[in-house]
Design a protein around this ligand. Structure first.
Ligand SMILES: *Cc1c(COP(=O)(O)O)cnc(C)c1O
Length: 228
């Protein structure tokens, strides 16, 4: 209990320091706690320590956890940050508040059709790929605008921004360059008139660089919950 509360404080401090380095308000960065592979009881500990936004990678694991934590459902915002196959879109549309990993129009169309009428629109991000062949997930930067415009026209989705998972790099300059490219893509979409407010990038190891490059949402697992 004390450990997760402690880790949360440490991560919030890191975000705050990174923000003050570049003159940003700490409230401009949302902390998404990535709880994949950790049990519902761990999520509950983080909730008790004040955390409200949780990210999950694996659909079935997340569905089970959301059910176990049904008593907290109205207070937790659940984000899918893992890859999504078309045979899983219905349960995702019924379970999650956000999906960060839209990289094909077909998936977005299915989510829009399957989003239950009694729920508010599903909040989504386009996942962009800055790593070329090194990553199979994410739309190429050159195709991001067309996909974003098509997704933003779907009635039951609300396009909120861009997500990226740059290939890990030991070289800080290379890492920063990937993050910078994502920010440029985000700004391009905004300059085309899309009302986006979410730049989802940065994890345990690179959240400072991501905040420096304009991230508005960092997805942090290991630094909160320990090694998986
Ligand atoms: C697991 C995961 C994270 C969290 O990574 P940590 O290094 O544990 O902070 C963030 N984003 C995505 C997409 C992930 O799959």
């Amino acid at each position: 209990m004390a450990t997760i509360a402690n880790n949360l404080q440490l991560v919030r401090d890191r975000i705050q320091r990174a923000c003050s380095q570049v003159g940003r308000a700490p409230e401009s960065v949302t902390l998404l706690a990535v709880s994949k592979t950790f049990p519902a009881v761990t999520v509950r500990e983080a909730f008790d320590a004040g955390q409200r936004f949780f990210g999950e990678n694996y659909v079935q694991e997340a569905v089970d956890k959301v059910a176990e934590l049904a008593d907290l459902r109205s207070q937790i915002t659940w984000h899918l940050i893992g890859p999504l196959q078309s045979n899983k879109t219905r349960v995702v549309a019924e379970t999650f508040d956000w999906v960060h990993t839209i990289d094909r129009l077909k998936i977005a169309q299915r989510l829009s059709e399957q989003r239950p009428a009694h729920l508010s629109p599903l909040q989504v991000c386009i996942q962009v790929n800055t790593s070329g062949e090194a990553s199979k997930s994410g739309v190429a930067l050159a195709d991001a605008l067309a996909l974003a415009q098509a997704v933003s026209a779907l009635p039951r989705l609300q396009l909120r921004g861009v997500m990226a998972l740059p290939a890990p790099s030991e070289d800080p300059a290379e890492q920063r360059e990937s993050l910078r490219q994502v920010r440029v893509a985000f700004e391009l979409l905004r300059s085309e008139g899309l009302p986006l407010d979410t730049l989802s990038m940065g994890m345990s190891s690179d959240l400072e660089s991501a905040v420096e490059q304009g991230s508005t949402l960092v997805r942090v697992g290991t630094a909160l919950f320990g090694k998986r």
